[in-house]
Ligand binder design. Structure first.
Ligand SMILES: [Zn+2]
Length: 211
């Protein structure tokens, strides 16, 4: 009987130790994005220079804009800016498109490894009929495809150097880091290019090593 009691006690201690080892050594899984809700409206039409603001919600923890990939069918078709703001229940993701060229495009958003994604939104950009500029018309058949550059008229007009504002300063962030870096290598291999304005907006602070 005494032997049996000792056996029970040792068994309990053994199970306790195994349990501690398993929970203690398991890497803490950080699921940042749990769900990306679908965009409510999926078809947009606009003209060149029009601005479209499209919004959806994302649930998860500690999500930053660098955790989101925006998959746009033609990256040259829009000026794109996006932002994520933490709310009470979920994050609000807002993306602003400014149309630059006509055509049919689509986009969706996902997490970084593309395992969680939204539905696809289509944007059709129509040629602005009122746009009367002096650029050569596309419909003119006799237009030489490669006009000779008029070297005599060439005047080197250098653009006035504007002082870099907060919006244009390139910084590097990481999916999990709380700092932003001027130096890409300092940010590490997960470095994501961003702007200082965005980094500051989401509460990142400058890296003490490189900023
Ligand atoms: Zn740094």
């Amino acid at each position: 009987m005494k032997k049996f009691k000792v056996y029970i006690v040792f068994s309990i201690i053994f199970i306790f130790i195994i349990n501690m080892l398993m929970t203690g050594c398991a890497p803490e899984e950080e699921i940042k994005i749990k769900k990306i809700n679908n965009f409510y409206k999926t078809n947009y039409k606009c003209e060149i220079d029009d601005k479209i603001t499209i919004e959806t919600t994302i649930s998860g923890d500690n999500i930053q804009f660098s955790d989101i990939s925006l998959h746009l069918s033609d990256k040259t078709a829009f000026d794109v800016d996006y932002n994520i703001v933490e709310g009470y229940v979920y994050y609000t993701f807002t993306v602003v498109f400014i149309a630059k060229k006509s055509g049919k495009y689509n986009f969706y958003i996902s997490n970084l490894d593309n395992s969680i994604s939204s539905n696809t939104v289509n944007i059709e950009v129509l040629e602005n009929p009122n746009q009367e500029d002096n650029s050569p018309s596309q419909n003119e058949p006799n237009q030489p495809s490669n006009p000779e550059p008029d070297s005599s008229e060439k005047t080197e007009t250098k653009p006035t150097p504007n002082t870099p504002s907060e919006t244009s300063i390139i910084v590097y962030t990481t999916p999990t880091g709380k700092k932003y870096h001027y130096n890409k290598s300092c940010a590490g291999k997960n470095a994501i290019q961003s702007t200082k304005e965005k980094a500051v907006n989401i509460g990142l602070t400058p890296c003490k090593k490189c900023c």
